[in-house]
Design a protein around this ligand. Structure first.
Ligand code: SF4
Ligand code: SF4
Length: 367
């Protein structure tokens, strides 16, 4: 049976987080089961955007600190790195805003930038994925406008470097196609252990424009697909409602059958949130599943720049894979004829200046 642990943690108090992370890892075998003395371990949080920890956009630095301390306690050396949205160019700002740089300095941990790549099956991965002996993924529990959930499996998409991520978005903008791309990346970038930060999650229009939702949850396990399957249940969805989970399961990359996952720690029932808000881009929880495919073609949405909130940083413009965005002092425009609705612009905006506008039909059907 695949093992997944769930542990309560009420806030980001340093000691409480450490105790919860340690307990979660102990329940699935202990850190020594995943990390050997004298090795180098890549610790891969979700560092999406230059936002403060309280916004719940990035993995909280206290969770990363706890994982890194446990890696050290096993005699190994942790390296912390990620490739944020916007082609990773703003990684220094992200390290600063997320609190990762301060934490790394205090703990004497090396922060690494995912610049140099190694190609596998035509995909450019960070070389740290292969140079390190072990990989520990430390994702954040968040909603996502295209994939509904971004957590354990999707976190490894961040090991891809440079332009490739946004290009793939433009070639596979819908959920089903994009899910296949993420599963392919995950098949190459499978971590040895996943430790999920769900203490403060994001609901609604994640992964960066939603609202903080306290879930008091830390999870651990070797199987990221199984962790995501459990998160679907926590959101009161079925595992295969998350197409990334479905594609990863179909490709034999992990377990999505809840009956075949051995849960330990605190009861999953204590975390279930029936009212967990999904992104406006999905009709899950609103329209019966039998009708979902039938109405899929009628669900239309588009990103919209709030001109009074926009700080004219141009990050969305340089990230957009089809050059659909124009930012000027007196206007901010999206060319909807070019836009492929990938929502990369909303993901990277550090100012929550990009919202989602839905068509009239979806407003009539689900308010
Ligand atoms: S919408 Fe956001 S990312 Fe784009 S220029 Fe304005 S502030 Fe920057
Ligand atoms: S405008 Fe935004 S949603 Fe549209 S293609 Fe560009 S990045 Fe994607």
């Amino acid at each position: 049976m695949v093992k997944v642990s769930l542990v309560k943690c009420s806030d980001y108090n340093r000691d409480r987080v450490f105790d919860s992370v340690k307990r979660a890892i102990d329940l699935v075998g202990g850190i020594e089961a995943f990390v050997r003395k004298g090795t180098r371990v890549l610790v891969k949080p979700n560092l999406l955007s230059a936002r403060p920890p309280e916004d719940a956009v990035d993995t909280h630095p206290e969770v990363v600190r706890s994982v890194a301390r446990l890696v050290k306690s096993a005699g190994a050396t942790p390296l912390v790195g990620d490739s944020p949205g916007g082609y990773g160019k703003n990684i220094d700002e992200v390290f600063d805003s997320s609190g990762m740089r301060a934490m790394a300095k205090e703990e004497d941990i090396e922060l690494v930038k995912f610049a140099a790549s190694k190609f596998v099956d035509g995909i450019p991965f960070t070389r740290y994925l292969f140079d390190c002996d072990r990989v520990i993924s430390v994702p954040k529990f968040k909603t996502h406008g295209i994939t509904v959930l971004t957590a354990a499996v999707k976190n490894m998409y961040g090991t891809v470097t440079g332009l490739y991520k946004a290009e793939r978005h433009s070639k596979a903008p819908n959920n089903a196609d994009f899910a296949k791309v993420i599963a392919k990346v995950y098949s190459i970038a499978k971590p040895h252990l996943t430790v999920l930060d769900g203490i403060e999650a994001m609901e609604g229009d994640g992964p960066s424009g939603g609202e903080v939702r306290k879930m008091n949850l830390v999870m651990a396990g070797a199987d990221a697909v199984a962790i995501d399957a459990c998160l679907a249940a926590i959101m009161e969805l079925r595992p295969f409602d998350i197409l990334v989970t479905k594609e990863a399961f179909k490709a034999g990359l992990g377990e999505a059958d809840l009956a075949k996952i051995e849960l330990s720690g605190d009861p999953i029932a204590d975390f279930i949130a029936a009212d967990f808000k999904l992104p406006q881009t999905t009709a899950l929880k609103i329209v019966p599943r039998a009708l979902l495919n039938g109405i899929a073609g009628f669900i239309k949405f588009k990103p919209y720049i709030e001109i009074n909130v926009c700080a004219r940083c141009n990050l969305c413009k340089t990230t957009c894979p089809v050059s659909a965005i124009e930012i000027a002092r007196d206007h901010c425009k999206i060319d909807y004829k070019k836009c492929v609705r990938c929502l990369c612009c909303q993901e990277v905006c550090p100012y929550k200046a990009i919202s989602i506008k839905r068509n009239m039909l979806t407003k009539l059907v689900w308010g």
